[in-house]
Design a protein around this ligand. Structure first.
Ligand SMILES: Nc1ncnc2c1ncn2[C@@H]1O[C@H](COP(=O)(O)OP(=O)(O)OP(=O)(O)O)[C@@H](O)[C@H]1O
Length: 224
């Protein structure tokens, strides 16, 4: 049971922005995708969700080749992307945004602040509130595979802890991939695998057996 990119390349013009990328997410596990700015991480997620077309290579969902499936079909099959840069539907209310996902009450229980803001237009929200909407909308649909691109961006204190706890809960029934520059050490603790991209290529992918060792190695690569 996994979502898998096999030898995926994406071109913009004549330039490969990702090249021969192998990346997988197993149910019940977290794969932490890391690498410097512009290394192609978000493009891998967007390609898996069907928002970007692969120039070559394939995407498989639980053994089925879904490379030609459109994004809405992948979403219905349980592949859900929580995009970076706090992307909400600006002209919809908080509640209308979350309803795109489905289970609104669960999201309000998680972030009671959103219940108070339910009728506010998303364009007027603060960064952290937008992030709650993006995360909430994604989990509200009960994803089978959840792609979280910078899920802690804009969140302070408690809200970040809530997101981390929810990621751990979702992991019990779904596969998760996370890109994050924040809470890296916390994420390493709960992840099964770490994948490192540099200049559009996966240069390292390994199971996490000792989190201390992985943190040390990452510091060397990324100077975190
Ligand atoms: N639609 C596009 N048109 C042109 N260039 C693009 C496009 N999408 C991505 N790129 C380029 O491809 C490279 C990879 O981008 P991507 O957003 O996948 O990187 P990233 O690793 O997620 O970066 P960051 O950590 O900064 O978010 C970057 O150099 C980016 O400028």
């Amino acid at each position: 049971m996994m979502l898998e990119a096999r030898k995926v390349s994406v071109k913009v013009g004549i330039r490969d922005i990702i090249q021969d990328v192998d990346f997988f997410i197993k149910r019940g596990e977290i794969n932490l995708l890391t690498g410097p700015n512009g290394s192609g991480k978000s493009t891998v997620f967007r390609t898996m969700a069907g928002l970007v077309k692969a120039h070559s290579g394939s995407i498989y969902l639980d053994g089925v080749d879904i490379t030609d499936y459109p994004p809405h079909q992948r979403y219905r099959m349980g592949i859900v992307l929580a995009p970076e840069k706090m992307r909400v539907a600006e002209n919809l209310t908080v509640e209308e945004n979350i309803r795109i996902g489905g289970e609104i009450e669960r999201v309000y229980d998680l972030f009671p602040k959103l219940r108070r803001l339910r009728n506010h237009k998303a364009k007027n929200l603060s960064g952290g509130e937008r992030q709650m909407v993006v995360f909430g909308r994604a989990i509200a649909s009960n994803p089978k595979y959840l792609l979280l691109d910078e899920p802690f961006q804009g969140l302070h204190g408690d809200a970040g802890d809530i997101v981390l706890e929810e990621i751990q809960r979702i992991k019990k029934r779904a596969g998760i991939a996370v890109i994050s520059h924040e809470r890296v050490e916390d994420l390493i603790e709960i992840s099964s695998r770490i994948t490192l991209m540099i200049s559009g290529k996966v240069i390292h992918s390994r199971e996490i057996t000792s989190s201390d060792e992985v943190i040390k190695k990452l510091r060397e690569y990324l100077l975190i």
